[in-house]
Write a new protein. Structure first.
Length: 387
């Protein structure tokens, strides 16, 4: 049973209040290709949950099924305790914010926000009150008379949010809504979205391929792979205790060593290093992978007198140095196609030159051991076929 299955089973009644969502064994196929494969998940009312994964993993298809834009071939979808399987999108208590804001250029900001209310034949007095409140939520009240073309990308995103929130949905679905923004604005909007969600208490279901977005905003993250949930957990757990080499490779950066499992399942012997973990967790004599994050590795010029208590060492040649602001990144060649990425806080980083022979060390407690997985080799991942 997966983490998602377990959550759906133990919390089967938790999503019955307004804003709760239950996915019960939903499957979506396009011809011979399965985009979402028997996925079960409970989303709690008021939760901020993110679907994270590469293109083609099924995250957007899952969101579109919740929204009603796609119909599952099997399974059921419940929102606030009621099945919406046969309900069209406009009959579901959800609203969707897309990457493309889809604002009407011929309407003012206020008219864009009010559009959905007019479609529902809301009274004029209610429309004025609710539009004002929605624009206040996103700090755009003074822009009500402007046209979308007079706004920046971040301002347009705020208007798209206000238009979705003005209908007071139980669930807000966000399909990579920050993808078109530059990095600084995207980071600002991440904080604003999280603060807005906490203030409103609305269930947010967020789809992204950006791990930073998911880690910074989510109560829980569903890492998807080939239409299934590989791991479902909070940000700390996903980052520090990934359930598989696939998750470890996708969330953050890892240095992977592949080879034979030795030392009674507590180490992996690769062509370039013997990498020891803190516990025996693999079958001896099988193929395994050891992973260590760049921030857990220390680096110094080789040959410096001294001793280390670290269980793991690797020697190589320095290929590159990058200044990342608060950290320095070092790229080390261990030979052939095996390289090592090391990151040290800038004030503590050693002074090294490209071409130097270097010694890298790290502690066994920072090593993750996994069975060999072709989708997580050499610190990367292989995306499943695009669905």
């Amino acid at each position: 049973m997966t983490d998602a299955d377990s959550t759906a089973t133990t919390n089967s009644g938790a999503a019955d209040s307004r804003g709760g969502v239950r996915l019960e064994g939903i499957t979506k196929r396009y011809g011979d290709q399965t985009a979402v494969d028997n996925l079960s998940l409970t989303i709690e009312p008021g939760e901020f949950i993110s679907f994270l994964g590469p293109s083609g993993c099924g995250k957007t298809t899952t969101l579109r099924m919740i929204a009603g834009f796609e119909t599952p071939n099997a399974g059921d979808i419940l929102i606030s305790g009621a099945s919406v399987l046969n309900a069209p999108p406009y009959r579901r208590d959800v609203n969707t914010v897309f990457q493309a804001y889809a604002l009407f250029p011929h309407l003012s900001v206020a008219e864009n926000v009010a559009y959905g209310l007019h479609q529902r034949r809301t009274s004029k007095s209610d429309v004025r009150e609710r539009v004002t409140a929605a624009l206040d939520m996103v700090q755009m009240r003074t822009f009500g008379d402007r046209r979308p073309t007079q706004l920046s990308g971040g301002q347009q995103q705020r208007i798209a949010l206000a238009r979705a929130l003005v209908n007071r949905p139980a669930v807000l679905l966000l399909d990579e809504p920050l993808g078109a923004l530059d990095r600084q604005l995207r980071e600002e909007m991440q904080m604003e979205l999280k603060l807005l969600q906490a203030r409103l208490g609305i269930t947010f279901v967020f789809v992204t391929h950006d791990q930073g977005e998911a880690l910074s905003m989510s109560d829980r993250i569903a890492i998807m792979r080939a239409g299934r949930i590989e791991q479902l957990a909070d940000s700390d757990t996903v980052y520090a205790h990934p359930a598989s080499a696939y998750v470890a490779a996708f969330v953050g950066q890892q240095n992977f060593f592949r080879g034979s499992v030795t030392e009674s399942g507590a180490a992996v012997t690769s062509a370039h290093a013997l990498v020891r973990g803190a516990t025996a967790s693999l079958a001896d004599a099988s193929q395994g992978e050891a992973a260590v994050r760049p921030e857990f590795i220390k680096i110094e010029k080789d040959g410096i007198a001294g001793s280390t208590d670290d269980a793991n060492t690797a020697r190589g040649k320095l290929l590159g140095v990058s200044h990342l602001g608060d950290t320095m990144q070092f790229l080390v060649s261990l030979g052939d196609d095996q390289s090592l990425v090391v990151r040290r806080p800038t004030p503590d980083a050693p002074s090294l030159r490209i071409g130097d022979s270097v010694l890298c060390t790290w502690e066994a407690r920072h090593v993750l051991l996994f069975p060999a997985d072709d989708s997580a080799a050499e610190g990367g991942y292989v995306a499943p076929p695009t669905a």
